[in-house]
Design a binder for this molecule. Structure first.
Ligand code: SAM
Length: 250
């Protein structure tokens, strides 16, 4: 199965990219061409070096049609690695869910039916430095697209800033909900560059809107400068009233 991304922006001044691109300033932060596994057929836990390296494990079923997953979180202190281009296993290996492009016929609003566990799309954009993110972050009420991935590995906290403001994929159009139907996972495939992968967290019926939670509002709300918070319009009964706010960008 090849990578397919047939979507394009109608929005003026935005360049459609199917996967995140690195700005020059962050290129040296990552390792490239990760070693692949030598599994001959299907990759199995305790036999596949990619699954063993990975902090999480996909329990998959019907890989061929559904690419449905459930995640057994064995060790959240380690990143999730999918099998990659250097692996001997085939594309039908179940440790490959987020590497074939967005879900076919994906619509963010008025979506088609999606099963729980299905991969939706990546949140692709420019990967920028924190300094650049601070410069670009909009505090004047305009729409913000910068997403800060916070990962904790032992005592180390790693932050990655993805900005689809100028270069982005279909993921940039997904709104926040305080009662979302999707969930984000950080995944790595061919290199250590984090991929923000959006998965359905429940069965999503036709004509619903795809949403995910932009962040941990409980932590952010108190610290955030109230003037900079945006009113949330998710309309869910669980609405926390304001959009999550990453104080590190204030
Ligand atoms: C990643 S964009 C989402 C797509 C955007 N609505 C668009 O049309 O391109 C994030 C911005 O959308 C708006 N937004 C997303 N979810 C929202 C919500 N639940 N309530 C209010 N505004 C929201 C905010 O302006 C936010 O900064």
């Amino acid at each position: 199965m090849n990578f397919i991304d047939d979507y394009s922006h109608e929005t003026h001044n935005i360049m459609y990219i199917s996967q995140s691109i690195l700005t020059k300033e962050v290129e040296d932060l990552y390792e490239y061409n990760l070693i692949g596994c030598t599994c001959e057929a299907k990759c199995e836990r305790s036999k596949c070096s990619c699954i063993e390296r990975s902090g999480t494990f996909y329990v998959y079923n019907d890989v061929k049609d559904k690419r449905s997953y459930s995640i057994c979180e064995k060790d959240m202190e380690r990143p999730t690695y999918e099998c990659n281009d250097s692996c001997k296993c085939t594309e039908m290996c179940g440790n490959r869910l987020a590497q074939f492009g967005p879900r076919e016929f994906l619509r963010v609003q008025n979506c088609k039916k999606v099963d729980k566990g299905n991969f939706i799309c990546e949140y692709a954009g420019e990967i920028i430095t924190e300094a650049e993110a601070l410069k670009r972050y909009k505090t004047n009420g305009e729409m913000n697209y910068i997403f800060c991935i916070n990962e904790r590995f032992g005592d180390t906290v790693s932050k990655t800033f993805i900005d689809p403001t100028f270069y982005g994929n279909i993921g940039r159009y997904i709104n926040h909900s305080c009662d979302p139907n999707c969930k984000l996972y950080v995944i790595r495939i061919n290199d250590t560059v984090p991929i923000l992968a959006i998965f359905a967290n429940e069965d999503i019926n036709e004509n619903n809107e795809i949403t995910y939670d932009y962040g941990d509002a409980e932590n952010n709300l108190e610290a955030a400068d109230k003037d900079k918070r945006k009113i949330c319009h998710c309309n869910s009964t669980k609405c926390r009233k304001f959009l999550p706010f990453d104080i590190s960008l204030a």
